[in-house]
Design a protein. Structure first.
Length: 303
């Protein structure tokens, strides 16, 4: 195990570079965002979200509105009520032909029942895991043993939280995906904030996503457990998720999602947006375990 300290498993697995949507204006989201930004030259729009229910509803509504691309980046993506509602929306988008890229940190054990990775069985969804563990099971002691033996690599994690639709609007902030972040369930909750953004700052956020996505530490999920990626398994999961959506229709969250807000008001109305100058500051994707030398990832496009 110590001999594998430099690079994560699957690092040699073939993958292609890809980038954010070039022309957001060819989508309804992009056209609306560009039209509103023209009235505020050099500025982007922002709105804080303290409500977890609104924050999750907004993500689901953005996924349902996307026409071309969804770029999704999280440290934690739970397979609980909130996670399943968002996975259902992602599958609906993919069924419409939307290209979905999901980059998830491999901070949790992901075994043979990993439904987040199973999404990659859909031809329009690609899932990559950031700096993954070699051990893919759910025995916590073995997970910690590998962390202890390869700490210099595995301590390098990706804490980013970003959700971008059609490279025109985005949500970022402190929330991972899970009930504890969205005021759902009975377990203790995290008090947190998200910020919705619209305007030119979105392209800078997408450039940051692209750098992480094309990094050599972003490993295709298929490289780690190819038994997950079957058409039959995906169909069964789609059925389970659809049943879950039906079961939650009459919940507060289900009603919030169907209301169309906050998304509708943010994109086509004022809804408390603040226009201001902004700059994205993101840590460069660079990693070096002891005894190695690794340059930052190279791409054909500058960020």
């Amino acid at each position: 195990m110590s001999a594998c300290a430099v690079m994560p498993p699957g690092a040699s697995y073939p993958k292609s570079e890809s980038f954010a949507l070039e022309r957001p204006g060819n989508t309804a989201i992009g056209r609306e965002a560009e039209a509103r930004a023209k009235a505020h030259p050099g500025l982007s729009a922002f709105r804080l979200f303290a409500s977890g229910t609104d924050a999750l509803a907004l993500r689901v509504q953005m996924a349902d509105a996307a026409q071309k691309t969804l770029d999704i980046q999280y440290f934690i993506f739970k397979d609980d009520d909130s996670g399943q509602l968002l996975m259902s929306a992602i599958l609906r988008a993919a069924a419409r032909g939307v290209r979905v890229r999901m980059l998830i940190d491999d901070t949790e054990a992901r075994g043979a029942d990993d439904r987040v990775a199973t999404l990659a069985a859909h031809p329009n969804i690609e899932v990559r895991l950031y700096n993954p563990f070699y051990y893919r099971g759910d025995v916590t002691a073995l997970r910690y043993a590998e962390l202890t033996l390869t700490f210099s690599r595995l301590n390098y994690r990706m804490h980013n939280k970003l959700f971008v639709a059609d490279n025109g609007i985005a949500v970022l902030g402190g929330r991972n995906v899970g009930d504890a972040y969205f005021d759902a369930g009975t377990n203790p909750q995290f008090g947190d904030y998200d910020v919705f953004v619209l305007g030119p700052i979105t392209r800078e956020l997408s450039s940051s996503f692209d750098e992480y996505w094309n990094s050599r530490l972003a490993i295709p999920a298929q490289a780690l457990n190819d038994t997950l990626f079957t058409h039959l398994r995906l169909k069964y999961m789609e059925h389970e998720l659809a049943e879950h959506v039906d079961d939650t229709r009459q919940s507060d969250l289900g009603r919030a999602i169907r209301s169309g807000n906050p998304y509708a008001g943010l994109v086509s109305g004022d809804s408390g947006l603040v226009w201001a100058k902004a700059q994205v500051i993101a840590r460069s994707v660079r990693f070096c375990a002891s005894g190695c030398s690794m340059p930052p990832p190279q791409s054909s496009r500058s960020s």
